[in-house]
Design a binder for this molecule. Structure first.
Ligand code: HEM
Ligand SMILES: *[C@@H]1O[C@H](CO)[C@@H](O)[C@H](O)[C@H]1NC(C)=O
Ligand SMILES: *[C@@H]1O[C@H](CO)[C@@H](O)[C@H](O)[C@H]1NC(C)=O
Ligand SMILES: *[C@@H]1O[C@H](CO)[C@@H](O)[C@H](O)[C@H]1NC(C)=O
Ligand SMILES: *[C@@H]1O[C@H](CO)[C@@H](O)[C@H](O)[C@H]1NC(C)=O
Ligand SMILES: *[C@@H]1O[C@H](CO)[C@@H](O)[C@H](O)[C@H]1NC(C)=O
Ligand SMILES: *[C@@H]1O[C@H](CO)[C@@H](O)[C@H](O)[C@H]1NC(C)=O
Length: 329
């Protein structure tokens, strides 16, 4: 073999190795091995929704809280054990992230139908997609083939997930750190069109914003009065629940953005997307507030982007038998 031919072979070998390491997901991943995967997830979710109208929002959030912490590897689902310090007790998750028993039920149904094949990370991605769809949101084909991780990282869960009082610069940085841009930030924040939120995340905006002794000036006065009833200054319940989108609490639509347009974003991190002076996100909020079609299209694309963060594929990681623990532990 000549030097040129050897060089070509080497290049091909390198390309295969590099390509293998960043192996792509594909929509047809379970078509042969577990063709009913979508139907099975949908059935379990619909059943869960009968008892819990909030579950679709909660499952959508779980996928986000999984992907932002060392990638979409189902690390958020691992319980404490001798080898695991669970992310479930990180600040953004403790008494907040929910839906774990429904994920268990989905996993049990899939282990029955096609044992050992469908990863918990893929279950979260499929559950989020079906949850959005069943709530009236966009449909998209979800790329599959993620593998489950064998580690959790409590520190990363505390540091890398965005917080409700993060300023826009910090939000942009946390999204950029996982390869997501400002359009992804605005589109994905649109998930706050459904689900619930505790009083503790808004009381500062109602009564003493940034230590000013006054309410957040970017919060509509009428909405503030309404929220103050549910979340009184003294003697209130920090964990009492409110709708993130009071106009259509359980429907996935563009009202999150029309709310922000009239200073009725619930969280500081929501309103900032429009109200921060010079915000690069403001024009995108305006675009989505005008056109649900534009929002839906971007949301679907951004969910796929989020679902691609730092993946384990091929023979990396494992397919967990139980989502709450690493195999053999
Ligand atoms: C941009 C930064 C974000 C911040 C600061 C943020 C913060 C929060 C907070 C504080 C809550 C309320 C939690 C509670 O009261 O227990 C919440 C709820 C929620 N978040 Fe976000 N979030 C962000 C982005 C996202 C993204 C990207 C998604 C999904 C794509 C999402 C989906 C949800 C959903 C659906 C709920 C309601 C969950 C339920 O009812 O169980 N959020 N978020
Ligand atoms: C899990 O471990 C964390 C960190 O050690 C601890 O804060 C938490 O209370 C534990 N939770 C349970 C249910 O054991
Ligand atoms: C999680 O919340 C519980 C209250 O339900 C609290 O006792 C515990 O200290 C919290 N854990 C952490 C790690 O903050
Ligand atoms: C956990 O996350 C922190 C902060 O993101 C990082 O510095 C650390 O290296 C991670 N630990 C492991 C074991 O990956
Ligand atoms: C945003 O928050 C970070 C971290 O708290 C802070 O360092 C930074 O100065 C803030 N930026 C702006 C523009 O307020
Ligand atoms: C508002 O908060 C600041 C600092 O967090 C505190 O010093 C101040 O006393 C509070 N003001 C009122 C009116 O509660
Ligand atoms: C506070 O609100 C939560 C959520 O609605 C509820 O489960 C809990 O019982 C309430 N606690 C009190 C003391 O009212």
């Amino acid at each position: 073999m000549g030097a040129a031919a050897r060089a070509v072979l080497l290049l091909v070998a390198v390309a295969v190795v590099v390509g293998g390491a960043s192996a792509q997901l594909c929509e047809e991943f379970y078509d042969r091995t577990c063709p009913d995967v979508h139907r099975i997830v949908r059935r379990v979710l619909k059943k869960a929704h009968k008892d819990d109208p909030r579950i679709f929002a909660s499952l959508t959030r779980l996928h986000f809280h999984d992907c932002f912490v060392q990638g979409c590897d189902a690390s958020i689902l691992l319980d404490n054990s001798t080898s695991i310090v669970s992310e479930k007790f990180a600040r953004p998750n403790n008494n907040s992230a929910r839906g774990y028993p429904v994920v268990d039920a989905v996993k049990a149904a899939l282990e029955e139908a096609c044992p050992g094949l469908v990863s918990c990370a893929d279950i979260l991605a499929i559950a989020a997609k079906i949850s959005v769809e069943l709530s009236g949101g966009p449909r998209w084909r979800v790329p599959l083939g993620r593998r489950d991780g064998t580690m959790a990282n409590l520190t990363a869960a505390n540091n890398d997930l965005p917080g409700p009082r993060d300023n826009l610069t910090t939000l942009q940085q946390k999204f950029a750190a996982v390869g997501l841009d400002v359009t992804d930030l605005v589109a994905l924040s649109g998930a706050h069109t459904f689900g619930r939120v505790q009083c503790q995340f808004v009381t500062d905006r109602l009564y003493n914003f940034s230590g000013t002794g006054r309410p957040d000036p970017t919060l509509d006065a009428g909405y503030r009065a309404q929220l103050a009833k549910s979340c009184p200054r003294r003697g209130g319940n920090r964990t009492a629940l409110n709708d993130l989108d009071p106009t259509t609490p359980d429907t996935f639509d563009k009202n999150y953005f029309t709310n922000i347009e009239v200073n009725r974003g619930f969280l500081q991190s929501d309103q900032e997307l429009l109200s921060t002076p010079g915000a690069p996100t403001a024009a995108i909020v305006n675009r989505f507030a005008i056109s649900q079609k534009s929002f839906f299209k971007s949301f679907a694309r951004s969910m796929v982007n989020m679902g691609n963060i730092q993946l384990l594929t091929g023979s990396q990681g494992e397919i967990r038998k139980t989502c709450r623990k690493v195999n053999g532990s």
